[in-house]
Design a protein around this ligand. Structure first.
Ligand code: PXP
Length: 259
């Protein structure tokens, strides 16, 4: 069964709405661990719009499960990561005007800069993954520049509006997993995954871990972080043994995309 990394950025988003000190994303991380999270993920953005340097430091001191830092390949952030030494870094594209990370990193286009960041982080003893779209060229380039693994962008599936689009997105992910496995890359998945759309993705063979943020934080507003994480873990367990490549069915509440 795939592991669950819980992204706690949006707890910090609520804090930053008032630029105060609550809710504390570090408390959220502790609650997520108690709910069964296998990892905690945070994104230290260059503009520090949610997670800040203090959060990164205290998360490193506090979190007992795997700590995964999402980050751009900017020199300042690479320096911070190499110093902080989370267990894992995930390199993502970052644009200031975006609401959240949109699409994957273009490893083919930026291969030299990416390779430099990967080398630096690997030297610091950190597992380094790329957040990419399930595209063969991106997968091959990721293996070539020395990533340990890749997190496949599941956004095309999450944003799909029709059964055909859902099916296409799932088969693209499946093909990406197969190529990644041939290249000996660890395969993770994330972006836009929710309680409603997780079932077919959880049933795909080959993902070792999912990173889920917004939907869990949203659910936590009503039931608390611990319970929200426990519920998502339950869904991952429930659907993990379903046949690989299970397709979403129109009208099936568990497979509605874009929610
Ligand atoms: N994985 C990566 C690399 C991301 O950038 C994000 C968004 O921060 C996520 C997973 C989580 O996405 P969501 O908040 O849509 O669950």
């Amino acid at each position: 069964m795939a592991l669950l990394g819980v992204n706690i950025d949006h707890v910090a988003t609520v804090r930053q709405a008032r630029r105060t000190d609550e809710p504390d994303p570090v408390w959220a991380a502790v609650e997520a661990e108690l709910g069964g999270a296998d990892g905690i993920t945070f994104h230290l953005r260059e503009d520090r719009r949610h997670i800040n340097d203090r959060d990164a430091r205290v998360l490193k001191e506090t979190v007992g499960v795997k700590l995964n830092m999402e980050m751009a390949i900017a020199d300042e952030i690479v320096d911070i990561a190499a110093d902080l030494k989370p267990e894992q870094c995930t390199l993502v594209p970052e644009r200031r005007e975006e609401v959240t990370t949109e699409g994957g990193l273009d490893v083919v286009r930026h291969s030299q800069r990416v390779a430099k960041a990967v080398e630096r982080l690997r030297e610091a003893g950190i597992v380094v993954n790329a957040f990419i779209e399930p595209d063969e060229d991106q997968l091959r380039a990721s293996a070539d520049v020395g990533f340990h693994g890749v997190e496949l962008w599941t956004g095309a599936y999450a944003h799909a509006k029709s059964p055909d689009q859902i099916e296409t997105a799932l088969s693209d992910l499946l093909r990406g997993i197969e190529t990644g496995q041939e290249l000996k890359l660890e395969m993770l998945g994330g972006h836009g995954l929710t309680y409603r759309n997780i079932a077919p993705i959880a049933a795909l063979d080959g993902f070792s871990e999912f990173n889920i943020g917004h939907s869990i934080v949203a659910r936590a507003c009503f039931v608390g972080m611990r319970e929200a994480v426990t519920e998502m873990k339950r869904l991952l367990t429930l659907h993990a043994s379903a046949s690989a490549g299970a397709q979403a069915r129109p009208g099936d509440g568990n497979t509605r995309a874009g929610r």
